[in-house]
Write a protein that binds this ligand. Structure first.
Ligand SMILES: Cc1cc2nc3c(=O)[nH]c(=O)nc-3n(C[C@H](O)[C@H](O)[C@H](O)COP(=O)(O)O)c2cc1C
Length: 214
């Protein structure tokens, strides 16, 4: 029998905390920042790791993890290769979603909105703050392309290391995006699957708050 036969019996009862409409305040960004700091304080591993869901213009969805690198101008920023699969999706269809799961706190945050590219200046600033190896990696990896083997990557890396010897410019195909949210949902696990969900929806620039059934 499959070792996964008991997968349906895996379940956790969530009991750590509660969430009510009053405690989240009137604006979702400060509340996100509060929860994010609490996740860091609780030593959630990679609290800034989030699932990024995109879709092609035909509506085919794709999801993968990326790292949140900032919350600024009321948006959520991350960095990647503009020529990657996600980069192509976002060029064709600027709508995307983010999901954080902070298991240690029994919390999920879902964010949906429109994506824009960060300015070259903002991408440059972050690129140059990265360790040398990561900057070379951005040159060496044709992200999402099929490659024959790992040697190709290593050879690329060595080539760019020699070529740039010290000053590594930002590749034009690498940079940041910002997701400008239209909807942010905070989920707190509760006992008996009677979870708390509070959603903020942006209506013509004003945030409206609602409780959702779990
Ligand atoms: C925890 C974690 C964090 C990641 N962070 C990033 C990131 O910030 N940027 C990025 O381009 N890829 C990141 N990746 C790799 C992506 O998940 C993905 O493999 C890659 O971006 C290619 O995705 P795509 O082919 O859909 O474009 C991360 C992966 C993991 C597991």
């Amino acid at each position: 029998m499959s070792q996964l036969a008991n997968i349906s019996a895996l379940r956790t009862d969530y009991r750590k905390a509660a969430l009510d409409e009053a405690s989240v305040g009137q604006h979702p960004i400060p509340f996100f920042e509060k929860w994010f700091l609490e996740a860091c304080a609780a030593e959630v591993a990679e609290a800034n790791a989030m699932t990024l869901a995109t879709a092609s213009k035909e509506g085919i969805p794709h999801a993968r993890m990326v790292l949140l690198k900032g919350v600024e101008n009321n948006g959520f920023t991350f960095f990647t290769n503009y020529d990657s699969n996600k980069g192509h999706d976002l060029q064709e269809n600027p709508h995307a979603a983010l999901v954080f799961y902070w298991k240690e706190l029994e919390r999920q945050v879902r964010i949906e909105g429109r994506i824009e590219r960060l300015s070259d200046a903002a991408s440059d600033e972050y690129f140059h703050s990265r360790p040398e190896g990561s900057r070379l990696g951005a040159w060496a990896s044709p992200q999402s392309k099929i490659i024959p083997n790992r040697d190709v990557l290593e050879a690329n890396y060595n080539k760019y290391q020699q070529q740039f010897a010290g000053h590594i410019p930002r590749p034009a195909h690498w940079g940041g995006f910002i997701l400008l949210p239209s909807c942010i949902e905070f989920w707190q696990g509760r006992s008996n699957r009677m979870h708390d969900r509070v959603v903020f929806i942006n209506e013509s620039g004003a945030w409206k708050k609602h409780r959702l059934a779990p």
